[in-house]
Write a protein that binds this ligand. Structure first.
Ligand code: HAM
Length: 437
């Protein structure tokens, strides 16, 4: 629909602008872009310590990949995809990154480059959910996928890496829930047992759970409805359907987590909202978040995803993904949003405009020498420029007019203590004063 010229545009509900400084929208505090960059740097640093390397995949993916990969009956695929068709091709804005990473791995034969690939990512995802605190339509994930190994040590590494990221950012209020979903034989038998157990109570179930009872009974285990939770107390337990091999691998994982001091809660009701999981499943929560959206991150093993989306060979894999907005909610509650200093090293105050070309060249020399330099661009008075230098938090100010240009020296003022130094107007002389080693 056309907007009239007087009507202004706003960002779409459930999406947000990240501005240079911290801001707020719809009652949500949004950290500034510098804090985002710092957080992303920490994420990358931690992941690189594990030998993970970055992968960047497109935002647009074929709808079929996501539908097949995540599962037709999941909420994400059945209700929450931003999907469209154009010239007979079906596109979707990626709702997550695991299926796209596996697609890229298969497409580029990354198994031939390394027997185990550790691929990390940071980027936007899209889900058409009802926007609320901690739940947005465009949100950002970071995560890692270990592809090409079914070794349980990979599961332990992925969980450890996830926890390390939060610890590195000062978030220690963490609760890790873990479960085993067993192999592909365990789940159908358990599904059937759960269905038979719940069918007599079908009338007491919520509309969603009634639908799930038919289509995807495992998801009922996720319910927060008190009556349903009560019913589930006597329901068959998934662990009783799980093979000895799966149980052994699960115990091995728990032992490894203990060996690195990671506390966990075994949660037999943890099933996750995506259908590709086998064996290990986990979620990381924090009391720093509201209980409705308390999941900071989640993941697990997905040994069957590759063949589900067309791979010929069995390709075991495990990974996790975390929401960056939720990480920021936790950082805000904990008072740990990283502070970043984006103020310039020097502000050049110009007394006259006669030396415009000179000023352009002087600022360029400073910047080329690695000094961050701000300079007046609006021909303001010296007083206004000084105010601006204060506003942007410049660490030094230098005032330059005709006298300084002809003497080739000027006074450099250190704003923190007001001290002044006469300095030659050369980047080589100014740099050490602005950026001490
Ligand atoms: P997920 O649990 O759907 O898993 O999402 C991971 C994290 O993304 C959540 O724990 C949450 O922090 C964040 N998140 C999800 N939806 C939203 C939303 N609408 N608004 C804000 N944050 C959100 C996955 O996506 C899997 N791909 C994880 C994985 C990787 N499994 C194996 N490898």
């Amino acid at each position: 629909m056309k907007k009239s010229p007087s009507e202004s545009f706003r960002s779409i509900k459930g999406t947000f602008d990240v501005l240079p400084a911290a801001s707020s929208a719809d009652g949500r505090a949004i950290a500034g872009s510098g804090a985002w960059r710092r957080v992303e740097q920490v994420v990358v640093e931690v992941m690189q310590r594990y030998g993970a390397r970055e992968i960047r995949t497109p935002i647009l993916e074929p709808t079929g990949l996501i539908a097949r990969g995540i599962g037709q009956l999941t909420d994400i695929v059945s209700k929450e995809m931003f999907a469209f068709e154009r010239e007979d091709t079906h596109y979707v804005l990626r709702p997550e990154v695991t299926a796209p990473v596996m697609r890229a791995y298969l497409q580029h034969h990354l198994d031939q480059e390394r027997s185990v690939q550790k691929l990390f990512y940071i980027g936007p995802c899209f889900r058409a959910e009802r926007p609320q605190k901690g739940r947005y339509r465009q949100f950002h994930q970071f995560g890692v996928e270990y592809i090409g190994t079914d070794n349980v040590r990979a599961d332990a590494e992925v969980v450890t890496m996830m926890v390390d990221v939060y610890r590195a950012l000062g978030i220690n209020d963490l609760r890790l829930r873990v479960n085993t979903l067993g192999d592909e034989e365990a789940r159908p038998a358990f599904k059937q047992a759960l269905q038979s157990f719940l069918e007599p109570y079908a009338d007491e179930l919520s509309e969603t759970s009634q639908r799930r009872l038919v289509e995807n009974p495992l998801r009922i285990l996720d319910t927060k409805n008190p009556r349903e939770r009560e019913l589930l107390e006597d329901a068959p337990s998934l662990i009783d359907f799980v093979s000895t091999a799966s149980r052994d691998r699960y115990s091995a994982l728990l032992e490894m987590l203990e060996s690195v001091g990671i506390h966990y809660i075994e949660d037999p009701f943890l099933v996750r909202g995506l259908d590709y999981y086998t064996e290990t499943a986990f979620e990381l929560e924090s009391d720093l978040l509201d209980s409705a959206q308390s999941a900071l991150a989640g993941g697990g093993r997905y040994d069957l995803l590759a063949t589900e989306i067309g791979a010929k060979n069995h390709t075991p894999a495990v990974g996790f993904a975390a929401g960056i907005e939720r990480l920021f909610l936790a950082l805000e509650s904990a008072g740990r949003v990283p502070a970043v200093d984006e103020s310039p090293d020097i502000f050049v105050v110009l007394v006259d405009s006669d030396g415009d070309a000179w000023a352009t060249s002087f600022a360029h020399q400073l910047r080329s020498a690695g000094v961050s330099c701000d300079i007046d661009l609006s021909g303001r008075s010296v007083k206004a420029q000084m105010r601006e230098a204060n506003r942007v938090g410049a660490r030094h100010v230098i005032v330059i007019g005709e006298n300084e240009r002809s003497a080739k020296t000027a006074k450099l003022k250190k704003m923190a203590d007001g001290t002044e130094h006469e300095v030659p107007l050369s980047a080589d002389d100014i740099r050490p004063l602005c950026i001490p080693d």
